[in-house]
Design a protein around this ligand. Structure first.
Ligand code: NDP
Length: 253
């Protein structure tokens, strides 16, 4: 029996990359997992199937984030799925993982690009947390996937860094707000992680990104998922409001 048996979890952006690994890890640990996606219906279904094949329980939820009504759509699907399977809508573990990244000279950023970045990476997670609190029992877990880029300069990713900086504020303020409910709120900051995208298959790019880590490699998504699963567990009950550097030493300088 896994250490999350009897728990329910929502992982946003779980159709691929880091989110997929997190969903699978939580599923193997026994949680009933809501595998959220925006466009990757088949990929999300595959994630849910892989969890169920291993004896876990999962279902998919579609919602585009960063658009009006996003949180309503997400929670309609989430609560319906939870109710069908558990008879209730309790959500024990929320992982805000979905995010968008963009690169480009700061001079080229338009107000529309800026707004989109903030809407998906910061505004949506805030309102997902706000909504989740009405269905989260005492002792719940909120984990936000940030980025090491809030700690190192990267001018071509200034808006991305800003959005993740805003995201990290959720852990600081909500951990104080929710202490009496024993709900922990933390940020996990990966460094370069092979999310399966074409970028990581280009040898020179991969080599450059690898050298950012003190281990000389890019991370596999499972390395980040293991950290998230720990924070979701009972063993991490005394960690809240924290910034967890999961960058493989990228932030050592
Ligand atoms: P991917 O680009 O591989 O996957 C992104 C996921 O988020 C997909 O499931 C996608 O859904 C979903 N998503 C994207 N935009 C939206 C949206 N508007 N509405 C709803 N869902 C959306 O991401 P990674 O695995 O690379 O990254 C996961 C998280 O980790 C992100 O927050 C990222 O910023 C962070 N991170 C990643 C690093 C890396 O090197 N990979 C490094 C540091 C942080 P779908 O495909 O179904 O549309």
């Amino acid at each position: 029996m896994g250490n999350l048996t009897g728990k329910t979890a929502l992982v946003t952006g779980a159709s691929r990359g880091i989110g997929r690994a997190i969903a699978e890890k939580l599923g193997y640990a026994g949680a009933l997992v809501a595998v959220h996606y925006a466009t990757g219906a088949d990929a999300a279904a595959e994630v849910a199937e892989s969890i169920e094949k291993d004896g876990g329980r999962a279902f998919t939820v579609k919602a585009e984030l960063g658009v009006p009504g996003d949180v309503d759509v997400l929670f309609e699907g989430l609560e319906r799925g939870l109710k069908e399977r558990t008879g209730a809508t309790d959500l024990d573990i929320l992982v805000n993982n979905a995010g968008v990244m963009a690169m480009g000279a700061p001079e080229e950023v338009t107000p529309e690009m800026f707004d989109r970045m903030m809407a998906v990476n910061a505004k949506a997670p805030f309102f997902i947390v706000q909504r989740a609190l009405s269905v989260m029992p005492d002792g719940g877990r909120i984990i936000n996937v940030s980025s090491g880029l809030t700690r190192v300069a990267s001018p071509d990713q200034v808006t991305y860094g800003m959005s993740k900086g805003a995201l990290e504020q959720i852990a600081l303020h909500f951990s104080r707000h929710l202490g009496s409910r024993r709900i922990t709120v933390n940020s996990v900051a990966p460094g370069s992680t092979d999310n399966g995208s074409a970028l990581f298959q280009i040898p020179e790019v991969r080599e450059t990104l690898s050298q950012l880590s003190t281990f000389g490699e890019v991370a596999e998504p499972a390395a980040i998922a293991d950290v998230v699963a720990f924070l979701a567990s009972e063993d991490a009950r005394w960690i809240t409001g924290a910034f967890i550097d999961a960058s493989g030493g990228t932030l050592l300088g």
